[in-house]
Design a protein around this ligand. Structure first.
Ligand SMILES: Nc1ncnc2c1ncn2[C@@H]1O[C@H](COP(=O)(O)OP(=O)(O)O)[C@@H](O)[C@H]1O
Ligand SMILES: CC(=O)N[C@@H](CCC(=O)OP(=O)(O)O)C(=O)O
Length: 319
């Protein structure tokens, strides 16, 4: 091949390469447009509806995923949906207690919380985590407002009462979990006010007791109570597993409240999954349309759940 022929062939190869690249890009753009049109009916369905999203402490462990989470929430708001974020922070509280050499134990997924611990819990949840999420939303172009259950009278709490039967004597014993609370009354005024603005509420799971005491409340429980109080269309609980698993470790994609109750009774659910599923059942019984336990480790898990037919995790419904 002469030098001229070689040059000609190189030009042809280059052109073919550029055309191939262009048509590949075109196909990618078409796919993106397809995703947007697929989202349209879901955007309509959820327009003006309230979605409560519980962002678990395990789910927020990864910085890159945390950025994607914030973008998803801002996008929901931009699309005319009313997202309310309730966050946890169990692992982060644990790390701080470790640093301070304070021991903590869990009973049925709830942290036993003495007077000293509740101060640290409030500091980590309301200071570090709550403000971190508000900042991430700002970074993603949104306007988050970090509050706790103490703000605007949002969560009035009472002490949690737990009993356990002693297997030897069969006597019912009262367990003292300290300053562990449960919502007694939710006043959603502050959320109603924010709803009509471009502000996104970010709620730390702390409640105010009848005598001004601070209560540490499981974040799933708070998310469920808020979802019921604002008549949310969906409750999304983000965690670090693919969904609720059966005894053979297969994810259950869909179940009703009766099946969920059975899983609790037969011991399939343990630890943090107990308050999670309890919350879903309770919220659904109080009028929430459906609750989903989602894998927060999957990028854009919220968008996939809300705007596509490929939702992941476990959907719990009335029937
Ligand atoms: N049947 C089950 N299916 C799925 N996860 C379960 C089940 N039983 C217990 N779990 C545990 O529940 C954990 C989720 O609860 P938790 O640790 O409180 O999460 P988060 O901090 O995200 O709220 C999972 O990591 C898993 O270890
Ligand atoms: C009473 C109780 O257990 N409160 C929780 C509150 C945070 C929480 O629920 O965080 P996750 O959602 O990340 O688990 C705790 O102290 O860990």
């Amino acid at each position: 091949m002469s030098e001229d022929d070689k040059d000609g062939q190189a030009e042809k190869d280059d052109l073919a390469h550029r055309l191939e690249h262009k048509s590949r890009r075109r196909l990618e753009w078409l796919a993106q447009a397809g995703i947007l049109t697929e989202a349209l009916p879901y955007m309509r369905r959820y327009n003006d509806e309230t979605i409560v999203i519980k962002y678990g402490g395990h789910a927020m462990g990864n910085d890159e995923l945390a950025k994607l989470f914030a973008r998803d929430i801002v996008l929901l708001k931009q699309c005319g949906i009313n997202p309310i974020v309730v966050h946890g922070g169990g692992p982060q509280i644990g790390a701080m207690l470790d640093k301070m050499a304070i021991k903590s134990e869990f009973i049925d997924g709830l942290r036993v919380t003495d007077g000293e611990t509740v101060g640290i819990v409030e500091m980590v949840l309301c200071g570090q985590i709550n403000k971190g999420i508000a900042a991430a939303l700002a970074e993603a172009g949104g306007r988050g407002v970090g509050i706790s259950g103490k703000d605007g009278g949002l969560i009035r709490a009472r002490k949690v009462e737990r009993t356990k039967k002693d297997p030897d004597s069969n006597i019912e014993r009262v367990l003292d979990l300290g300053f562990v609370g449960e919502p007694e009354k939710i006043d959603p005024t502050i959320l109603d006010v924010l709803r009509s603005t471009d502000l996104i509420p970010v709620i730390a799971p702390i409640g105010l007791g009848p005598n001004g005491e601070t209560y540490n409340i499981n974040a799933d429980t708070v998310a469920g109570a808020i979802a019921a109080a604002v008549n949310a269309r969906r409750l999304l609980l983000l965690t670090d597993v693919a969904g609720v698993m059966d005894k053979d470790k297969h994810v259950i994609t869909d179940m009703d409240v009766d099946q969920a109750s059975r899983l609790m009774e037969d011991g399939t659910l343990t630890g943090g999954m107990i308050p999670k599923v309890e919350t879903c059942i309770d919220a659904i019984n109080k009028g929430v349309d459906g609750a989903v336990i989602l894998d927060g480790r999957v990028p854009h898990a919220i968008l996939l759940e809300m705007f596509t037919a490929h939702g992941s995790g476990t959907l719990i419904r009335r029937r």
